[in-house]
Design a protein around this ligand. Sequence first.
Ligand code: BTN
Length: 246
Amino acid sequence: MIEINIIHLPETDSTNAYLIGLLKNKRPKEGTVIVTENQTGGRGMDNNSWESEKDKNLTFSILLYPPITAGKQFVMNKAVALGICDFLKSELPLNSVKIKWPNDVYIGDKKACGILIQNSVTGTNFDYSVTGIGLNVNQTIFLGDAPNPVSMKMVSGIDYQLGNVLDKLLVSISERYEQVCKGLHGNIETDYQCALYRLREWHGFELKGIRIKACVKGTNEYGQLLLDTEEGGTCVCDVKEVKFVI
Ligand code: BTN
């Protein structure tokens, strides 16, 4: 298991940005975690911001040096998303904890956790992976424009102790990361496919701006989403091309 070293900041704009800043001058130890209870400029996917009320949620970033080649980097998204699912399933015994492709963690039809992985690669070599995680824990009112946020408290009614949640979550993520390091990519792959939100269910999607009905078949080796269509074909989709209609 990797050794975790938590650096706690009372406030920072973005834990990912802070950690990437540290990497400019030195090579901090693998397992360095930057956590803050007041992230003032949290970053999300697609240049979105990440809303997190002070003292209510987990916003943190983990530094990893994965022993994989650059072409295999999507395994990190899968492993981290699975670690978060493992944790949420142990805390909230529900069948509805799923991974909405590529790596949002959903409870039912709502988003509980976002992941922003920023990798640095040189040629085929992996330099580092900064994995930023925003998990909604105790926040119950969301003011931003995120369409469907949910928190652990909104599901269970429990007010969680954030330090305790962070410790358990880091164990679950480390266990999945260990599978990456041991080359157990097949296990990660199988569990990821099973955990996909709306797997083998017919739902609406927007593909390149056109509304279709389709069924999630899985993902391919490049991490693209495979959608079976009503016409009997399979679409291979990149992140920017497809939207789930929820
Ligand atoms: C998403 O858009 O779903 C990804 C959200 C990632 C948010 C986390 S919070 C901790 C870390 N620091 C950031 O600025 N972003 C990530």
